[in-house]
Design a protein around this ligand. Structure first.
Ligand code: HAM
Length: 416
């Protein structure tokens, strides 16, 4: 027989991990809707060009990580490596911009990147993603960041560090890039890693957040982007920071935070956890004012973020703060053959009335059924056999105290 295994970097999520994912989705839906976000579900597959144009041809995602293939109709398609570009495509295609000045969408689901799998880094992973479109005001940046941190707080995630930066705009950033390029040319470039030597020419900003220790040391004295923001960008970022300060939200200014996707300008941010190893970035985002126009839409500004659900789930599991939210009300143990069908109907009656629980499908020893009841975490174990049937009752055992009582079958709801 074939011995099938899941694809490397892809996971099966059994309970309780799948419960943690549902909990995160429900908490996100609750929090995001309070800020006026509506849910948008976009396809997992898009035309490849949406990502090459949106994310940028020089990024790691586009260069090395996309699951791209030609379909039977000869179209080049890609399994979404992130949600933003697809959300922009849907926004443009539906002409939502003509109907309202500001649109807010949240979406969640699987994303695909051909990365080297390790703890916290998967090839299929899940994001909770938010986009606020149509607002260029710094208040929108502040609201998005406050909402992200509110969500993480309500999900019970602690000890996270918020990092912020401003990448400037299409006017001031090219000048900064030139300065940075000049600085990099002045270094002993043989000492830079291979990626940085290439990026130096194609996308010098990415050299700033290289994690290779040798590169980090070399670029220590690089010109700082915040000092090269134009007055408008400085003023914009100043207001964002003022609001975060006034709201009492702590953050760290990180001038090296450039993000791995090319569409960002002005405010960028990341939320980092120190407790889950090297893949500590649990959320990231920023402003992307030229993206919608680059994808063929009107010149509409936007800002958003995505959280990595696997990483959030890891923190919750490690912290022990998360528990199965719902309890199990009953387990119905069937003591002999003649009680099997009645037991099934009784369980159905309880579930129709909103109780949670399971019923045995076959007669097994009382001991093994009791074990099953306690494994399921049932509050009550209901025992049904020929004797009970003859008297029209059920024996109800409290699993915590061990106490047993007899309940009339037709009043069983009062006991469970
Ligand atoms: P990103 O930084 O590429 O941004 O991803 C956001 C988050 O997704 C990361 O902080 C991380 O938690 C999670 N993540 C990324 N790759 C993996 C992986 N291979 N395995 C597990 N988790 C991963 C974006 O995707 C942007 N689209 C965010 C955004 C939305 N910016 C504006 N709007």
């Amino acid at each position: 027989m074939a011995n099938f295994q899941r694809i490397k970097g892809f996971a099966d999520l059994f309970s309780p991990e799948s419960d943690v994912f549902s909990f995160l989705e429900n908490t996100a839906r609750n929090v995001f809707s309070r800020y006026g976000y509506e849910e948008l579900r976009t396809p997992l597959l898009e035309h490849t060009e949406i990502f090459t144009r949106g994310i940028g041809t020089e990024t790691d995602i586009v260069q090395k990580e996309m699951y791209t293939f030609e379909d039977k109709g000869g179209r080049m398609l890609t399994m979404r490596p992130e949600a933003t570009a697809g959300v922009m495509r849907a926004y443009i295609e539906s002409s939502r911009y003509a109907k309202e000045s500001v649109s807010k969408f949240f979406t969640y689901g699987p994303m695909f990147r051909y990365e080297r799998p390790q703890k916290g880094r998967m090839r299929q992973f899940h994001q909770l993603n938010c986009e606020c479109l149509g607002a260029s005001e710094p208040l929108a940046d502040a609201e998005v960041i406050l909402m992200l941190m509110r969500f993480l707080n309500e999900a019970g995630l602690k000890n996270l560090v918020l990092e912020v930066n401003s990448l400037g705009c299409r006017q001031c950033r090219p000048l900064y890039k030139e300065k940075l390029h000049e600085f990099l040319l002045g270094l002993d470039t043989d000492q830079l890693c291979e990626d940085c030597r290439r990026r130096m020419e194609t996308n010098p900003l990415r050299v700033l957040d290289c994690k290779v220790p040798g590169c980090k040391a070399l670029i220590d004295k690089a010109p700082q982007i915040l000092e090269h923001n134009c007055p408008e960008c400085k003023a914009h970022f100043g207001i964002v920071r003022d609001i975060l300060d006034a709201a009492g939200l702590p953050y760290v200014l990180n001038p090296r935070l450039v993000r791995g996707l090319d569409y960002y300008n002005r405010t960028t941010f990341e939320v980092v956890s120190t407790s889950i190893g090297s893949q500590g970035s649990v959320a990231g985002g920023g402003r992307y004012d030229g993206l919608i126009a680059d994808l063929g839409g009107p010149d509409t500004p936007g800002i958003g973020f995505a959280c990595g659900m696997e990483r959030l789930a890891m923190i919750l599991a490690d912290s022990g703060a998360w528990q199965l939210p719902e309890s199990v009300d009953f387990f119905l143990a069937v003591l002999d053959e003649q009680a099997l069908q009645k037991g099934m109907l009784l369980a159905q009656h309880l579930r129709e009335a909103g109780r949670r629980g399971e019923v045995s499908f076959a007669v097994r020893s009382l001991k093994s059924q009791m074990r099953q009841a306690s494994k399921a975490g049932a509050a009550k174990c209901l025992l049904l056999g020929g004797n009970e049937m003859a008297m029209g009752v059920v024996t109800v055992k409290d699993m915590e105290t061990g106490e047993q009582q007899t309940a009339p079958m037709n009043a069983i709801l009062d006991f469970v």
